[in-house]
Each structure stands twice: as structure tokens, then as C-alpha cells.
Ligand binder design. Sequence first.
Ligand code: HMG
Ligand code: MG
Length: 305
Amino acid sequence: MSRLPTHVTLCEVGPRDGLQNEKELVSTAHKLELIERLQAAGVRRLEATSFVSPKWVPQMADAGAVMAGLNAGLRRPEVAVAVLVPNEKGMDAALPLRPDEVVVFTAASEAFARKNINCSIDESIERFGPVIAKAKGAGITVRAALSCCLGCPYEGEVSAAQVERVAAQLAAIGVDHLSVSDTIGVGTPRRVQAALEAALRHFPLHQVSGHYHDTYGQALANVYASLELGVSRFDASVGGLGGCPYAKGATGNVATEELVFLLDGLGIDTGIDLDALVDTAAFISGVLGRPPVSRAARAVLAKRV
Ligand code: HMG
Ligand code: MG
């Protein structure tokens, strides 16, 4: 049996991926309370917001206000705060607000890149050049999120060879870390391992993470398959919120509380407190006016009654 990692780092994407698809605007104050609760629960990496076009994603229009609010006393030195930036304009807006990490994003499928960022994969790589130069100049790490590594809503199945081609391009321009993303949650464990192996030909093990949407209920199985390869970083979204506005029908990321329950059970440390996380899932679900979707959150809440 393969040895699993003893510690896993989770990047909480609820405030960004979790909320970006919500039609009703969530107030900046509620976003800040969400982030504060996540930090208090033990989250040490998080995606706070996206510096994208407000016409494309209206929910992220308050990116500057979220970061300014964090900087005005809520930010904790032990927490790495990441923001998404699709281009130099986004980088210029983000830079004065001092993110610890910027996340550029493209896709393993040509059609999805066009729908999501309005350019080809090769054009996106070119756009990232000045973003990376500015990030490195400011001592900010650069992660790339590579969408549609297992399947594309427009092109269907995506091969590991397609993942490898773009992973190589991203490594060549100086990206530090790659998030292998299953945007529409169609991956199953062996195929996820093949996609990760493709990424691992260009990035070291500690610089690859899994970002698995749970549309088909495969995300936890895919996390386990990733652990078997030694991958020890995952994105997750509190309450299982999320989806991409340009991937219709895709549901949320793996719920952070389900992942923490799994990892606790495996004796793998995350530093995150399950009960505080479930309280946070209940809080943000309440803001959105519905009960938490994750089974772990519902189970913990039912037990308390
Ligand atoms: P475009 O329309 O081609 O951009 O969009 P443009 O350069 O032609 O500019 C058009 C307008 O947008 C101009 O404004 C620009 O100033 C403005 P106007 O003159 O019309 O008033 N603009 C911006 N405004 C604010 N911030 C910016 C910015 N850039 C241009 N950074 C663009 C290209 C990339 C901007 C657009 O396609 C976009 O914003 N896309 C983002 C889509 C998005 O956020 N998707 C969700 C995040 S990715 C995701 O969820 C996947 C992930 O979770 C992994 C996975 O699951 O797969 C990470
Ligand atoms: Mg996503």
C-alpha cells in the first residue's frame, strides 16, 4: 500500500469559486465575515476574490473592496491570501493590495479558454508574461489554475497529453504552482492520476494541487487517488459552494468539511477544525438563503439538534 502524506494543505476557494456563480450579489461585509470565520477555523491558504472584468463576473466586482477590507485589520500573517488575475489589468489592480499569491488561469481545452477568458490557450500564455514579471518583482508567488483537465463542457473528453502540453508552457514561463482542475467534475480516479502525472512531468510534487468539482460525486475519490501519488495540496470550498459561470451545470468544489472529515479519518493533519468549518458553512449558506449542500455539514448539524 502506498504511503499517504501525513499533512495536507487546503486552499479554501469558497470566497472566490464558491461565490462567483451566485446570481444575487453577496455584500462585501458578508464576504469579509466568511473569510474571517475561515481563518478562525484554521484555514491557512485561501482565494479571497478575483480581479476579473465585472461585466464577465459581476459577483467579483468588489475585489478591491474585499482586499482593502482584509488589509484593514482582518488579515492574519499566517494566512496566505491569493487572488485570481486573468491579465495585466487585473494584476495592476491587485498589486497595491498585496496578495501573497496571484492565480492566473487558462485551460487544457481550447474552447473553454475562449469561453472563459476570451482568448486562445497560446494567447493566454502570452498575457501571463507581464503578470508573472510583476509578481516576481514584488515577491508574490504565481499559481496557475488549469481548467478542464479531465473534460470540457464544449469539447468533451480531454486527454492527459493536452494537460501536459499546457503544463509545459506554464512551467516554461515561470509559474510556481499548478492546480490541476476538473472544472465539470467528470474525472474518475485513474484518469485524475494520469492528468496529475502529466502535470508532475513539469512541476515538482509539492507544487501541484488538485481542484476537483464534485458534479458527479467523484471529488473525494479523486482526492484519495491524488494522495496515493503523494499530492498534498487541494482546493476546497466551504459548504461545497461553487461553479464557473462559463461551465454550465458544473456544481461546487469538493466541500472543505467533507475533505477535512476524510483527512481526519485517515489521520492526515490539516490544522482545520471541523466544527468551526461546519459553522462557517451554515453561516454562508444562511446568507445565501438555503441549507448547506454538503453531506458532512448536514450530518454534523443534525447531530447537534
Ligand atoms: P475581454 O472582454 O476580452 O477583455 O475579456 P478586454 O481586454 O477586451 O477588455 C474589455 C473590458 O473589460 C474593458 O472595459 C476592460 O477595461 C475590462 P470597458 O472598456 O469595456 O469598460 N477589463 C477588466 N476589468 C477589470 N479587471 C480586469 C479586466 N480586464 C479587462 N482584469 C477577460 C477578457 C479575461 C477580462 C474576461 O474574459 C474575464 O474577466 N474573464 C474572467 C472569467 C472568470 O472569472 N471565470 C471564473 C474564474 S476561472 C474558474 O472559475 C476556474 C477555476 O476555478 C478552476 C476550474 O475549476 O477549472 C479557477
Ligand atoms: Mg473551479
